[in-house]
Design a protein around this ligand. Structure first.
Ligand code: FAD
Ligand code: FES
Length: 259
């Protein structure tokens, strides 16, 4: 379990609506420095929602932390409705991180990052934070970006820092046409790190299994305590139930049982 966490009252210092579904929030953060793959529990101080929502850290620098969020239900709608300087309860950084699964630094092959939709967020910080490694960033979406603001708002620093950026859309309106997993050849990589919809995760798990490439997946579950105490975020694995918040959110794909 991660004991390098803090609960702090913070304020919103910047927000941007990126498209109809996705928005970005920047908060002051003076707690422990997060690592790529970790997440925070976020809840506005004045909230009608009982539980804080888990959101992966997309980017951080000096005293700020950035989140890329897709609007789903009441919790994320509340976050979208926050106004500048509004107070928020932030708890984090929580969970394990991609670094826990890095291959040796002198590995000859790059690492593939595979994000589907908002699943790009927890992967974005890796190329910037670990310049000694080569990363190819695979990003899959239903449809293409309408503006550059949307493109760079969603892809974040990965768009500039990854060795190669491969985009695929299901309707072919941007990048390659089809599912992003169709364009990934795991044999080219030392490891594959993935986050996104279950169908994508299932497909990448199968591909990596067939090629013997280590694959690690960031899982999304509803959470309550966020620190391993309530068993409310169970992930089914071949070794029994694990807690997404405290044992994850990143798990070796070969262990996971997808429902
Ligand atoms: C470790 C972790 C990191 C995350 N990082 C991000 C992130 O960076 N950006 C982001 O936008 N979201 C992220 N999420 C997902 C985010 O926490 C949920 O979308 C959010 O909690 C939904 O809350 P809500 O109140 O808006 O929706 P709710 O009212 O709780 O749900 C609305 C609808 O969405 C469904 N739903 C809710 N949560 C999930 C989920 N996790 N997976 C699938 N369906 C769901 C519900 O079943 C319901 O149908 C992360 C989740 C975890 C566990
Ligand atoms: S949310 Fe309580 S154990 Fe994970």
């Amino acid at each position: 379990m991660n004991d390098q966490k803090q609960s702090l009252l913070s304020i919103l210092i910047s927000s941007a609506v990126i498209n109809q579904e996705i928005f970005r929030l920047d908060f002051i953060w003076k707690g422990p420095v997060p690592k790529p793959g970790q997440f925070f529990l976020i809840k506005p101080k004045r909230s009608a929602v009982f539980l804080a929502r888990p959101i992966s850290v997309a980017l951080w620098q000096s005293d700020t932390v950035r989140f890329l969020i897709a609007k789903r239900g009441r919790g994320t709608e509340e976050l979208l409705a926050m106004h500048l300087n509004e107070e928020v309860e932030l708890t984090g950084p929580l969970g394990n991180c991609w670094e826990d699964f890095f291959p040796p630094e002198n590995t000859q092959k790059p690492i593939a990052l595979l994000g589907g939709g908002i699943g790009v967020a927890p992967l974005e910080g890796l190329p910037r934070e670990f310049p000694k490694y080569d990363f190819d960033f695979y990003a899959g979406f239903r449809t293409g970006f309408k503006t550059d603001e949307e493109r760079y708002g969603i892809l974040g620093p990965a768009a500039f820092n990854a060795q190669n950026l491969i985009i695929a859309t299901e309707d072919g309106s941007e990048g390659k046409k089809g599912r992003i997993t169709n364009f990934l050849d795991p044999t080219k990589y030392a490891a594959v790190y993935a986050c996104g919809p279950t169908a994508m995760l299932r497909a990448v798990t199968e591909k990596c299994k067939a090629s013997g490439t280590p694959c690690y997946i960031s899982m999304e579950k509803h959470m309550a305590c966020g620190v391993g105490a309530c068993l409310g975020c169970t992930v089914k694995t071949k070794n029994g139930n694990r807690r997404c918040c405290a044992d994850g959110p990143i798990f070796p794909a070969e262990e996971l049982i997808f429902e």
